[in-house]
Design a protein around this ligand. Structure first.
Ligand SMILES: [Zn+2]
Length: 257
């Protein structure tokens, strides 16, 4: 599949070249090359599809790095959206001006499209966290893995109003080479984590904060949750950590794609 979707743009360029269109520079679109500065604006129908609808394959390797550089931190929030906890997490992120990555479960996104749209409207990024959060999906058939990833992609994209998830995080980290290939071919970079805050176990706000302080030197991608039970400790921990890490010179970013 990666070969097919990756091949479309090449095919377009080859067709353009065959028609005698001069490609002025790498990346120049056929439309741009055709429409000279003096020509009339062409009818809308001849414009290429909006870039948002074009799916570009990405690397199959599991990313941890931050696009905010060597002192970057990626806040990643898994398992939602949830009608109680997602709005509270969004409030804290907004209060400190932090953008995060939300790894959504397909059925949750389908049930709460308003929340998915709120996450997108606030400038956060979407990540595909499978349809049903089966942490043993790495032991299942390839057909099942593919269905879990592609169906969740459709559910999340529909719920968001057309904004696609740009990462894939396997539930419980149950990646396989095949599932990474499926996700990457659809433009979803496999996403890992460096610091598991274990907020899911409700160890107390102090323990969540301490885990981040202790383990952040391991790498920039922090794992939190906004669903699956009472996440008040997560909200409180974020309220302490977000300003604290900023004071220490960290910058918030997104995982590299
Ligand atoms: Zn999860």
């Amino acid at each position: 599949m990666a070969r097919h979707s990756g091949g479309r743009s090449w095919y377009g360029k080859l067709v353009g070249a065959a028609l005698g269109v001069t490609v002025l520079a790498a990346g120049a679109s056929v439309w741009t090359a055709q429409a000279g500065p003096t020509s009339d604006a062409p009818p809308k129908a001849s414009k290429p599809a909006a870039p948002r609808s074009v799916v570009k394959p990405v690397s199959v390797t599991i990313v941890h790095a931050s696009d905010a550089g060597p002192r970057g931190v990626n806040i990643t929030i898994d398992d939602g959206p949830d009608p109680i906890w997602t709005p509270r997490v969004l409030d804290v992120l907004k209060e400190y001006g932090v953008k995060a990555t939300f790894c959504m479960v397909g059925t949750q996104a389908q049930a709460h499209p308003d929340l998915v749209k709120k996450v997108v409207a606030a400038g956060h990024r979407l990540c595909n966290h499978s349809v049903s959060h089966d942490t043993a999906m790495d032991k299942a058939s390839q057909a099942y893995q593919k269905q879990q990833i592609l169906d969740a992609e459709r559910m999340i994209t529909k719920a968001s109003g057309g904004v696609r998830p740009v990462y894939y995080r396997a539930p419980g980290g149950a990646f396989t080479p095949y599932s990474r290939e499926v996700a990457a071919s659809r433009g979803m970079r496999p996403l890992g984590w460096n610091v598991d805050t274990k907020d899911f176990e409700r160890p107390g706000t102090d323990a969540i904060v301490a885990t981040v302080e202790r383990e952040l030197p391991n790498g920039p991608t922090l794992l939190f949750h906004d669903a699956g039970g009472d996440r008040s400790q997560t909200v409180q921990a974020l309220r302490r950590l977000l300003p604290e890490l900023k004071e220490q010179g960290y910058a918030y970013g997104y995982p590299v794609r």
